[in-house]
Design a protein around this ligand. Structure first.
Ligand code: HEM
Length: 120
């Protein structure tokens, strides 16, 4: 399964498409788009999970554990926001959590050993 872990590009592509679909769906709730986004969640988890398994070589298990949990929380917040939007219920608290978790996930992801290093 080398293609999943030789670079981080597949993972980045998956979460990037996911966030775009999520933002479109949050502006204007749409059932089909929500289903498509759920497929993208799986791709994010599979590509992230493959990187996670590979990461065991680097011995930063705590940091990788935190990255994994943060990534799952971002997905959880996206799902909560879309479900609450579709039921016309307020989602403000979830938007705040989404922003915090997304920031931390990007920070950890880019800081960890594989792939890009924008943050020294
Ligand atoms: C929407 C959710 C997610 C976002 C925004 C996100 C973001 C990122 C970013 C920015 C990177 C760094 C890529 C690079 O340095 O080239 C990354 C890497 C990674 N992600 Fe995610 N991720 C998400 C979900 C997940 C999930 C669910 C998992 C685990 C199942 C996961 C596991 C990983 C792992 C193990 C890495 C490699 C870290 C490294 O050494 O650079 N991610 N992710």
């Amino acid at each position: 399964m080398d293609f999943l872990t030789s670079t981080t590009h597949l993972h980045i592509t998956a979460w990037f498409i996911g966030i775009i679909l999520f933002l479109i769906g949050a502006l204007k709730p749409n059932k089909g788009l929500h289903m498509a986004l759920r497929v993208i969640y799986l791709l994010i988890i599979v590509t992230g999970g493959a990187l996670f398994i590979k990461a065991m070589e680097f011995g930063q298990n705590l940091n990788y554990g935190i990255k994994l949990i943060l990534g799952v929380l971002v997905i959880g917040m996206m799902e909560m926001i879309l479900v609450r939007r579709s039921k016309d219920r307020p989602a403000t608290a979830f938007w705040v959590l989404f922003a915090i978790f997304l920031f931390l996930t990007l920070f950890y992801g880019f800081k960890l050993p594989m792939g890009f290093h924008f943050l020294v």
